[in-house]
Design a protein around this ligand. Structure first.
Ligand code: FAD
Length: 493
């Protein structure tokens, strides 16, 4: 008799902060019957994929780590990619997640079977078709894990190397090369200062200048590290302070963009101090309200763009040709390497694979007008499917790890309550999700993202903001403190 695919109580998809955090929470509670499926060759998610020179976090390390798995080993105030990736690998060891991990396993589809009350998960593992069944699926595939490749005419004609920052090819030589960088978001401003030290020339193709505040980065001294290790209360206090300072900025994003306006002179002073040439300064001056797009922090970008081998190109790209880029002003920019620092497919957050719920309902169909979920976590019609960093759970002002922890607690509470009530499956009531999303979008109208005079990756093409949480992280923690069974329909086999 065919035994069928292997069954687990829980299947987690993705091994970034979300997926690993879920695994860690399950382990802490003695729940062992789960697997983590990850398409990449290692764990870390964002911090495994984004390996471009200079990749770093813009939230201090104390806060950009799990509160329930603190590290005392951070060497810098703002951690770099390698250090965060190492931290997440340490978490795998500390929580014994290795036996649960399936790397190089790309999930291709999810399907809910009403008769068995189970999900079937199909995947490609090193090219081989695999399947699992599970009572619960936790989808932690990340809000920023699918690179956005711009639709630039002639891109395929380029004879040099084209690479996205999230698919960095470390073997490509950069020394003495002519490098073009497309985009002026968070990745580009971290990358350019690293490139100007090596390359013969760096041309930065800018569409929209960003608001940039100075980055107060510094090493964490060995004495401080020892202190944090031996006095956990001090580390917790420092973390709470960093959290509070970031959280204070929330109203500026969500209710009173005027508050952020008060920070604009700070950024303009930074620009004025660092850039002497008035025409370059003019080109680097943002024309939208601060906060509408992600606020960047960097102290080395303005000096870098003024290096003799660097050039800011503001004329739009007309097309890519075999040996470089042509801009609308008729200039030809010869290049050996073209880097796409163009971010991710975020707002059009269609599921990366088909998900079939009750009655054959398809998630991408449900999300055709824009992704939405109840508390960013569950979608009516898709029982026992929980999302980590689902729709409208992103942030402009604080650590995503705080939001992820709120969701992890919420899912753990759901599992506990279902167990106590002896329920195999629950499905969010549509009226509960609808009321929540109507309220959320009404609040969104008052945010800087809606009122700030910009278009951004936070919005869909039709202008709907499907990525960000329009409130404080404390409010989100409060809303997710308890999984309310009365908001969900109990399903019986
Ligand atoms: C360059 C960059 C800088 C950032 N800086 C900050 C910052 O300073 N502060 C901050 O708070 N946040 C920052 N973020 C956001 C960051 O993504 C989150 O903080 C956090 O890492 C998200 O974790 P995650 O687990 O939800 O998603 P991810 O880390 O993206 O992990 C998702 C995982 O799912 C896997 N996956 C996707 N599809 C499949 C599939 N079909 N099958 C199997 N596996 C799949 C991916 O390979 C990935 O490993 C940054 C993001 C980027 C890209």
């Amino acid at each position: 008799m065919n035994p069928g695919p292997p069954h687990h109580d829980i299947v987690i998809i993705g091994a970034g902060f979300g997926g690993l955090g879920m695994g860690m929470q399950l382990k802490r509670r003695g729940r062992d019957d789960f697997v983590i499926l990850e398409q990449d060759t290692g764990v870390g998610g964002t911090w495994h994929a984004n390996r471009y020179p200079g990749a770093a976090c813009d939230i201090p390390s104390l806060l950009y780590s799990f509160s329930f798995a603190p590290s005392t080993r951070w060497t810098r105030n703002y951690p770099g990619q390698a250090e965060i990736e190492a931290y997440l690998n340490e978490c795998v060891d500390r929580f014994d997640l290795l036996p649960h991990l399936h790397l190089r396993t790309r999930v291709c589809s999810l399907e809910w079977k009403a008769d068995t009350q189970r999900w079937t998960i199909r995947a490609l593992q090193r090219g081989v078709e695999m399947a699992w069944t599970a009572r619960v699926v936790v989808n932690a595939t990340g809000g920023l894990s699918r690179p956005a490749v711009p639709d630039i005419a002639g891109l395929a004609d380029f004879k040099g190397t084209v690479m996205h920052t999230a698919r960095w090819q470390a073997e490509v030589p950069l020394a003495d090369r002519r490098i073009g960088v497309v985009g002026t978001g968070a990745s580009a401003i971290q990358l350019v200062p690293q490139l100007v030290d090596k390359a013969a020339r760096v041309s930065l193709f800018q569409r929209t200048p960003a608001w940039i505040l100075p980055k107060r980065d510094r090493p964490v001294s060995p004495a401080m590290r020892t202190l944090y290790e031996n006095v956990p209360g001090l580390r917790r206090l420092a973390r709470a302070l960093v959290y509070a300072v970031h959280e204070m900025r929330a109203p500026g994003f969500t209710r009173r963009p005027g508050i952020l306006e008060m920070l604009e002179p700070l950024a303009l002073r930074h620009l004025k101090r660092r850039v002497a040439d008035p025409s370059l300064r003019e080109a680097l001056t943002p024309r939208y309200r601060m906060g509408c797009k992600r606020i960047l922090i960097a102290s080395d970008f303005y000096p870098a763009i003024q290096r003799r081998n660097a050039r800011l190109v503001t004329s739009p790209i007309a097309r890519v040709v075999a040996d470089g880029v042509l801009t609308d002003d008729g200039m030809h920019h010869p290049l050996d390497v073209l880097v796409l620092a163009t971010g991710f497919q975020a707002a059009e957050a269609m599921s990366p694979f088909p998900v079939r719920g009750r009655g054959g309902l398809e998630l991408n169909e449900v999300w055709r007008q824009g992704a939405k979920a109840y508390l960013g976590t569950t979608v009516p019609g898709f029982p026992n499917l929980f999302m980590i960093v689902g729709p409208n759970t992103g942030l402009g002002h604080n650590s995503m790890v705080f939001m992820i922890e709120s969701q992890l607690r919420y899912v753990m509470d759901a599992l506990d309550r279902m167990q106590r009530a002896q329920l195999a499956a629950v499905d969010t009531k549509p009226e509960v999700a609808d009321a929540f999303n109507a309220q959320l979008q009404a609040r969104m109208k008052h945010t800087v993202w809606a009122k700030g005079g910009c278009t951004s990756w936070y919005q869909t093409r039709s202008g709907l903001i499907t990525t960000l949480w329009p409130g404080s992280t404390l409010a989100y923690r409060w809303r997710t403190r308890r999984f309310r069974l009365d908001e969900h329909e109990a399903l019986r086999a």
